[in-house]
Design a protein around this ligand. Structure first.
Ligand code: PPE
Length: 297
């Protein structure tokens, strides 16, 4: 925290922490996997660090550490906590030395936490698929909050969508963009398979530029599956052969039902299975071709 190791119970902030009140802060979600006995590796660490810094540029926050310092600190946090597999949460936030909306002069602070976190949407979800609904909430507009950053405040929108879905008995929600096209899940990007081709919303559909999304592009290329980026309508999802969600936390999670319509055969699809299988092999170091994505702790 702010450049020092702090015990878990002492990693606290003041109630007047600026980000707590106004939401201006940026964060990352990163996973570390065990690659062989006693060895662990962080998945696509440099890409996550780069996105953290880009998020800060979007919001006009100056991170008081270099990329190299954050990169090294992330590895040290994992190592010091002796975690074989974990989720890592770097956050850059504004401190409590000044209230009011003007962010100039407010201290910029940084923390990195790590803890074990299993399947985000459940083990059953990973294996058999989840049930989702189209949210009644719309995803952010590109010129209201912007969408390229992974910003703390953006997640009020995600939480509203997630809470509504869970309250109504679904596992997750899919948000449409302000034009009505499919954007993404509350914390995941989305893909569909139709006529043997994958399709995912273009980055102009108010979605986050997911690092798992990007990984799926390379995996699909390796498996010789074509991918299109573009506009997707909700009914296009309803009649897709397969649908899956991607994210650091969610990894590759199949979707078996949307708005009470069964997707494909209602199980994890064949293409989803092969992409998911390869993803889990890559993160655990079983593909030399993709070793470049792993940073050993
Ligand atoms: N869209 C959103 C809105 C999002 O939050 C995430 C990650 C993604 C897409 C996928 O991005 P990537 O992880 O780079 O593939 N969501 C993070 C936070 C989840 C949470 O509950 O906290 C994550 O997966 O770590």
């Amino acid at each position: 925290m702010d450049g020092k190791f702090v015990p878990w119970h002492d990693a606290n902030v003041h109630v007047l922490t600026h980000t707590l009140h106004y939401g201006l802060g940026v964060f990352e979600g990163i996973r570390c996997y065990q690659i062989k006995s006693k060895k662990s590796a962080v998945f696509r660490l440099q890409e996550h660090v780069n996105r953290l810094f880009n998020s800060a540029i979007v919001l006009g926050i100056e991170i008081p550490f270099s990329k190299k310092e954050i990169h090294t600190a992330i590895l040290q946090v994992v190592k010091k906590n002796k975690l074989a597999e974990c989720y890592i949460r770097p956050i850059v936030f504004l401190g409590h030395n000044q209230m009011g909306l003007n962010p100039n002069g407010v201290d910029v602070r940084a923390a990195i936490a790590a803890w074990p976190w299993g399947a985000y949407l459940g083990d059953d979800g990973i294996n058999n698929g989840i049930r989702v609904r189209i949210s009644s909430f719309t995803r952010h507009h590109v010129n209201i909050t912007m969408t390229r950053a992974k910003a703390c405040g953006y997640y009020v929108n995600s939480i509203l969508a997630k809470a509504e879905a869970v309250r109504d008995g679904y596992d997750e929600s899919i948000l449409l963009d302000p034009q009505g096209y499919v954007s993404e899940g509350s914390g995941e990007n989305i893909f569909l398979l139709s006529k043997g081709r994958l399709k995912t919303p273009a980055l102009s559909c108010s979605n986050l530029e997911g690092i798992t999304r990007d990984s799926v592009f390379d995996i699909a290329k390796h498996l010789k599956i074509e991918i299109d980026e573009g506009f997707i309508t909700r009914d296009e999802l309803y009649i897709a052969d397969e649908v899956f969600l991607t994210g650091t936390a969610a990894e590759i999670t199949p979707v078996r039902e949307i708005d009470n319509r069964t997707i494909g055969n209602g199980k994890r699809g064949k293409t989803t299975t092969s992409i998911q299988k390869m993803f889990f092999e890559i993160v655990r170091g079983k593909h030399t071709k993709f070793k470049k994505w792993l940073t050993e702790v």
